[in-house]
Design a protein around this ligand. Structure first.
Ligand code: 13P
Ligand code: SF4
Length: 311
């Protein structure tokens, strides 16, 4: 059993300075992790922060594919993750050999992969997108270009509808966003007349159908801050509420529960594996460290660079 310092936050701060480390955190992290982070963002913002940081060490408080992306974009830095087992159901749903099989069946198709995928899947994709730039990425292809969209069928379906193009959708889903209940949403809307529904595009289409606004985590935060409404029903992982409450303390924020209200199945179990204790140990021991085969990294960098070049 590890003996932890009594002042964990102070110890993290000291180690951050000693290691010349930057702490990046996704909006789905616990509030105490967000509060200690140097930068909080959505997937695209975090990828950009990881790419441009001058720190020697990146402590990535998110999930595995995000830390992998940081390493692909910035190979000279040490990339630490508080818990190497923090995965993602979308990344797990799309093994690279199976995506390759789909590509073989559609040799003329280009592959657009959501950033929530492994480095091996990135390496066989033509371009990467995040929830904040997926529409722009898809529109960057000629209208008659056949497209495979992997691995999130909900984001893919939403973008297909928005752009009016048909895409071959990989059947992956996020275990958190697929759990939201339309019945519970309707109940909340009827109890809170005038409330705006904000939803992440990883939600199922029946949830998106009720949304006043659909966007990435940072776009949802921005919408809540700038929009006048009596209340907001938030259909995404409730970690985002921490920044919403800070930025708009006067607004009523209602997290949408999952189908079973007694469970906390609207929380991402992967994101929630990270803790302050694990952050301290990671900075102290410089472990667990994300390492990557250099050939794989270079292959995965090509579609990521194409996304970054779109701005
Ligand atoms: P964004 O922060 O890019 O909206 O992504 C949400 C998500 O599910 C990350 O895994
Ligand atoms: Fe993956 Fe869903 Fe968790 Fe995001 S919320 S990391 S998509 S499982």
């Amino acid at each position: 059993m590890e003996t932890l310092p009594l002042d964990l936050l102070g110890a993290i701060d000291d180690l951050r300075r000693q290691r010349n480390a930057v702490i990046l955190a996704h909006y789905y992290q616990e509030g105490d992790i967000q509060d200690v982070a140097d930068f909080i963002g959505d997937s695209l913002q975090l990828a950009k922060a990881a790419q441009t940081t001058k720190a020697d060490v990146i402590l990535f408080c998110g999930v595995h594919f995000m830390a992998e992306t940081a390493k692909i974009l910035n190979p000279d830095r040490i990339v630490l993750v508080p818990d190497m087992a923090a995965g993602c159901s979308l990344a797990d749903a799309c093994p690279a050999p199976l995506l390759q099989r789909m590509k073989d069946k559609h040799p003329a198709a280009k592959v657009v992969s959501y950033i929530n995928c492994s480095a091996a899947v990135k390496a066989i994709s033509d371009i990467i997108c995040t929830s904040s730039n997926a529409e722009r990425v898809v529109r960057s292809f000629p209208a008659d270009q056949e497209l495979i969209f992997a691995p999130d069928r909900n984001l893919g379906g939403y973008i297909a509808k928005k752009t009016g193009r048909s895409m071959i959708l990989w059947p992956g889903t996020c275990i958190v966003h697929e759990t939201f209940s339309e019945r519970r949403l309707i109940e909340l809307v009827s109890k809170n007349p005038g409330a705006h529904v904000v939803a992440h595009p990883e939600c199922e289409p029946q949830i998106l159908g009720h949304a006043n606004f659909i966007g990435s985590t940072s776009a949802l935060l921005d919408y809540v801050v700038r929009t006048e409404a009596p209340a907001f029903i938030v259909a995404t992982e409730p970690g985002i509420l921490h920044q919403m409450k800070k930025a708009a303390p006067e607004k009523l924020l209602l997290p949408l529960p999952g189908t079973d209200e007694s469970c906390s199945c609207n929380e991402c179990p992967h994101m929630k594996r990270n803790t302050l204790e694990k952050m301290y140990l990671a900075l102290r021991d410089l472990q667990p460290r994300l390492e990557m085969d250099e050939t794989l990294r270079q292959q995965a960098l090509i579609p990521l660079d194409r996304m970054m070049a779109l701005g």
